[in-house]
Design a binder for this molecule. Structure first.
Ligand code: FES
Length: 85
């Protein structure tokens, strides 16, 4: 348990390398397709973008970048990531 997703004053700890989806769900991020197609789960990365994995093809095709990611697609490598949505 070395990684953490932070939203405002709330945060959820997770394992290194884990998908961030469930942590984001606990923090209130809305989901729909959960497969990288609808864009509903798009989040802003306020801090720690380098702690997330590289953008995948779905994120690239939506024109996202390291500061705007799909919560259903990302994994956290380690460390803290501060989000907004
Ligand atoms: S829930 Fe549809 S893109 Fe993430």
């Amino acid at each position: 348990m070395c990684a953490e997703i932070i939203y405002g004053k709330k945060s959820v700890k997770l394992k290194d390398g884990e998908q961030i989806k469930e942590a984001c769900r606990k923090l209130g991020v809305p989901f729909s397709c959960e497969q990288g197609y609808c864009g509903i789960c798009a989040i802003d990365i306020l801090e720690g973008e380098d702690n997330l994995n590289e953008l995948d093809e779905n994120e690239k095709s939506m024109g996202l970048d390291r500061k705007r990611r799909l919560a259903c697609e990302c994994k956290i490598k380690s460390g803290k990531v501060k989000i907004n949505y």
